[in-house]
Design a protein. Structure first.
Length: 92
């Protein structure tokens, strides 16, 4: 998800050097994804040992939160011009 949002934001925020911004954000997004995967795979056995089957409630809560965040806070860019998208992202 981070890669998709960052690439869309790069397209909206940096029109002329678009490919450079996309490459830069992808270079940041990939290591963050690897670090997040390492964190989850390392922490899961420890958390599962402490909470048992309730460990999955953490993932359910995070999925619900990020689903809500995406639906309510991430603006739609499909079918919009560059100027419309830039204006929406200017609020952030």
């Amino acid at each position: 998800m981070l890669c998709i949002v960052s690439q869309r934001r790069a397209r909206a925020a940096h029109r002329p050097p678009r490919h450079h911004a996309q490459d830069t954000l992808a270079s940041i997004g990939q290591p963050l994804n690897w670090i997040a995967n390492l964190t989850v795979s390392t922490a899961f056995p420890l958390v599962f040992g402490a909470l048992g089957r309730n460990t999955y409630l953490i993932f359910v809560a995070l999925t619900a939160f990020f689903g809500w965040f995406t639906l309510t806070r991430v603006p739609e860019t499909k079918g919009k011009t560059y100027e419309q998208v830039a204006k929406e992202f200017a609020r952030y």
